[in-house]
Design a protein around this ligand. Structure first.
Ligand code: HEM
Length: 234
């Protein structure tokens, strides 16, 4: 049962999670409304990092012909996206008036500039190059996105795997479709949140706000895959 390191020191919970450092930099020290707003965003960014690690691993598994292993990683993603969506739901606890006070301090900053979110899209295969020109991205953000464009997408990796008649093709396809659906559902919960808090007002990044987010539900993460799967949906 002992998890002691060789030097006999067993890091306690807070130490293992580096909670002192994490909570020092987390934006949860201001008033309760700002703590809720920024805490939810930072929590989502941690989840986005977790999603990226799963997608990278699944892509490597597919490239190396391991469909079942890829599924094991992809199958976790709908639940993770549900956790992200629950952060959107939690923000309904803010009234439009409380949100307005927070919003007045945001300037043009917006989740629209989330580089990890764009990395998820680019890594999957949804590669809208206009996203490279989003105002507010740093040179480092842009370099990360350009690097993603140089890599094969998960969509590409799946197409190659399917063409090699890999085993588990159907299972992998179902897992990718389930992740795409979970992303779409979280986009819907995000749109409903923006609708409730912003009404018809534009977003801080200058988009049409809730209308932009509702429209984003039409997007797919996997253009090649869904062409085959949903060809009769349009
Ligand atoms: C009060 C809560 C929120 C409101 C009212 C809101 C509103 C919006 C709006 C209107 C946009 C469109 C771009 C713009 O013009 O700004 C947007 C984009 C975005 N937001 Fe939020 N948001 C909220 C919470 C969150 C949270 C907690 C996250 C988690 C990181 C997040 C992540 C994103 C992302 C990734 C985009 C880009 C979506 C895309 O381009 O498909 N948002 N948000």
């Amino acid at each position: 049962m002992s998890a002691q390191a060789d030097d006999g020191h067993c890091p306690a919970y807070g130490e293992r999670l580096r909670l002192d450092e994490l909570l020092e930099i987390a934006q949860v020290h201001e008033n309760p409304e700002r703590a809720l707003f920024f805490g939810a965003h930072q929590a989502c960014e941690i989840w986005f990092a977790v999603v990226l690690r799963h997608l990278e691993t699944a892509r490597r598994d597919l490239t190396e012909g391991r469909g079942a292993e890829a599924c094991a990683h992809l199958d976790r993603l709908p639940r993770i996206m549900e956790a992200v969506a629950q952060h959107f739901d939690a923000l309904h606890a803010l009234t439009p008036e409380e949100f307005d006070v927070v919003r007045a301090t945001l300037g043009t900053s917006s989740g629209f500039q989330s580089v990890q979110f764009r990395e998820i899209e680019f890594l999957c295969g949804a590669r809208d190059r206009r996203m490279l020109n989003i105002a507010g991205l740093t040179d480092r953000d842009r370099a990360r996105l350009l690097a993603r464009l140089d890599e094969p997408s998960l969509d590409d990796a799946f197409a190659a795997y399917r063409d090699r008649a890999g085993e588990d093709v159907k299972r992998v396809q179902d897992a990718m479709v389930a992740f795409d659906a979970a992303m779409r559902s979280s986009r819907g919960r995000h749109a409903a949140l923006a609708q409730a808090l912003l009404g018809g007002v534009a977003g801080t990044a200058g988009s049409s706000g809730a209308a932009y987010l509702w429209r984003s539900m039409e997007r797919t993460l996997f253009p090649q895959l869904t062409q085959g799967v949903h060809s009769d949906d349009c």
